[in-house]
Design a protein around this ligand. Structure first.
Ligand SMILES: [Zn+2]
Length: 114
């Protein structure tokens, strides 16, 4: 399962930011997930909850923000957000575009109560 290994990766990243004194409680871990990464947010949250069981992240809530796919047009320089995988520029309809956002996974914020 794709989401399981991603949840593990998020936990590894989050752990690097949590002080190891065991006194801090992690409230939220916020991640940005590109729409084209094929990650199902519900499934990712489920895996995260299952994996944090007895770790120092116990009780933390994973918040998944979906980032639309964004392309930049090579012909006119316009930047568009696209809904599907047919890449084209919304301004001049050129199909010469490069993907600039949309397949990333990023931990953007970790809120710790200490
Ligand atoms: Zn264009």
């Amino acid at each position: 399962m794709h989401e399981l290994s991603i949840a593990e990766e998020i936990i590894n990243i989050a752990n690097q930011y949590v002080p190891s004194d065991n006194k801090s409680e992690v409230l939220f871990v916020i991640v940005e997930v590109g729409k084209l990464s094929n990650i199902l947010p519900d499934s990712l949250e489920f895996c995260f909850d299952a994996l944090i069981g007895d770790t120092q992240l116990k009780g933390a809530k994973l918040i998944v923000k979906e980032i639309p796919a964004t392309v930049e047009c090579v012909d006119c320089g316009n930047i568009s957000e696209i809904e599907n995988v047919i890449f084209h520029c919304k301004k001049c309809e050129s199909s010469k575009v490069k993907l600039i956002k949309g397949n990333e996974l990023k931990v953007i914020e970790i809120e710790i109560n200490d």
